[in-house]
Design a protein around this ligand. Sequence first.
Ligand SMILES: [Zn+2]
Length: 296
Amino acid sequence: MKVRHRFAFNTSKTKIISFLDKHGIKYEEMQGVTVFYVYEDEDDFVMIKEFMTSNEAVSISNAIYTKNEIETADWLTVRSSWSSLYPQPEEDMNYRFATYDATNYCEGNPNISIPQGDKITTYRKYATPTYYCRKGLVQKESFVLKKEPNWGSRNFTMLHWVGDELFISPKTAEVLTKSDLSGFEYYDVKNKSKKTFNNVKQILIGNYVDKGLCADAIERTHKCPVCGFTKFHLKTGIYRFHKEVFEGIKNDIVKTTDKFGEIHCDSLILITHKFYRTIVDSKLDRGLIFEPIKLV
Ligand SMILES: [Zn+2]
């Protein structure tokens, strides 16, 4: 696994351009934004990162795996890079209360905006910094969408704002039904008139793996000032769990009890090698991102 950083900056920053030219670093310019990539294991990485940080340009990193690393993993995370639809109702993210039981919900300490004429007043409930917790939602109803996904050549999707639910095409449903994979059910997805869509289902994942994240996988933690619940931000490409928590799991798809995200509160979706194989061999994997889990 290699970690690749993508730096993007305004092309008018000629000091950075000169720096890149001087060091022979290739870049691309598109519509006023210049982009270049550096791998963390390159000799000049630290020097480049320090220079960019001092010029107020940060990077986004992602992990690049070899085929062998993906294909030999017992467990993998899966998510879809394709999200085209929002859960409904969209306004004020009210889908949360329509779709989930919010009895044990903690919002944290968000900024609350109140429009008054042409002015907007913002306040927070507590005297602590702004914080988005969003812990404790339990699904009770079908997701509602404005329309069905336009699948094209894709067969899995996720929704904006919802980082831990997968939605599938009829073709995926057919393959999964014929397989002997376990740990999920199909759940209806509805339109705004509460009529069930024919061309999309949610995969309802019923099982969770216990908390078992290794400390050295964690980049930073987010602790809610209201309820004390802690969420995690992982180091890029480092998915390390204690192997004990996976012992005895008989299902091929599970969610983590550990939650992730600064604004949202999402589990990771984990699948077995067998689940991965079924998806890939049936050519259903377009737009899916798999990352290997390391059990230690
Ligand atoms: Zn909280």
